[in-house]
Write a protein that binds this ligand. Structure first.
Ligand SMILES: O=C(O)CNC(=O)[C@H](CS)NC(=O)CCC(=O)C(=O)O
Length: 270
């Protein structure tokens, strides 16, 4: 593994599949023009809207999103993480919230079904019941080991509040953790960056966190601040609040250096 540039894309996805895919391609192109070899798209990048609308179109969203990711990876010769989109569960009126990693040949490298579902009454008055439409994944994410990109572990959004998932990933050798998200504006302002830095620091890993931002639909407002954090916890890039791209270098020497300086992974007791 050599140093390379990674990108965390930030977008405002809406309840229109085609519109979102156009926006996503524009941002992928910007990231690739700046030299990114690994590009992450946020949770719900291809569709963000009301539950019933999402369920009604789930099959189309799943098919078109997977096709889009493979086409983009080949067209731009880049590795792409699609950060969470609905994939229908056979025989049920539900979907898995699925993250999918694709290589520049358009081949699937690994996928993960979001395990922790956001069933929360947020104090701003918004109620979230992700489990009404989503089946929780029951498997821990696998680590994808790439000679060129390093060892990559996947997760999605609300998972970031469950450190045991990331401990599992770091035990399996993860160097780079993806946290694609659609964090609420209300929780995000106090929790988003703190949680991401904690996951980076405690596992001495890079964290790549693509994000939704702005007003997506109705009263749904997301926090933004797609970012890339290094294994010491330093924020290397932050996309702010507008759609755009956070780009930073993933450097294996930095991982080794931090793990030398702070060998906490070796000092675990429990
Ligand atoms: O609602 C939709 O339209 C689509 N779903 C999402 O955006 C997902 C599940 S509801 N959002 C989160 O997990 C936010 C977590 C979060 O904000 C926190 O942990 O504080």
């Amino acid at each position: 593994m050599k140093s390379y540039l990674a990108a965390a894309i930030q977008m405002t996805s809406v309840p229109e599949l085609k519109e979102n895919l156009v926006q996503a391609e524009e941002l992928i192109e910007i990231a690739v023009r700046q030299g990114a070899q690994l590009v992450g798209l946020p949770e719900n990048f291809s569709f963000m809207g009301e539950d019933q609308k999402k369920l009604a179109q789930a099959e189309t969203i799943a098919r078109e999103t997977e096709k889009f990711l493979k086409t983009m990876a080949q067209r731009y010769q880049v590795n792409i993480l699609g950060g969470g989109f609905p994939v229908p569960v056979e025989g049920k009126d539900k979907v898995f919230n699925t993250a999918l990693l694709i290589d520049p040949n358009g081949q699937e490298l690994t996928r993960y079904q979001k395990a922790h579902l956001f069933d929360v009454n947020v104090p701003d008055g918004n109620t979230y019941r992700e489990s009404i439409t989503v089946m929780p994944g029951t498997e821990l994410p696998s680590v994808y080991s790439s000679e060129t990109l390093g060892n990559i572990g996947l997760s999605v959004c609300y998972d970031v509040r469950f450190p045991e998932l990331y401990r599992h990933l770091s035990e399996k050798g993860t160097d780079i953790i993806f946290v694609p998200a659609a964090f609420t504006a209300f929780t995000g302002k106090d929790h988003w960056q703190v949680l991401l830095q904690a996951r980076a620091i405690e596992n001495t890993c890079y964290v790549i966190a693509p994000a939704q931002t702005g007003i997506n639909y109705a009263r749904r407002q997301t926090h933004g601040h797609a970012m890339i954090i290094d294994p010491w916890g330093i924020v290397l890039a932050d996309a702010g609040e507008k759609p755009g791209v956070a780009i930073a270098e993933i450097n294996p020497a930095r991982i080794e250096q931090v793990r030398r300086q702070m060998p906490s992974l070796q000092h675990r007791v429990f």
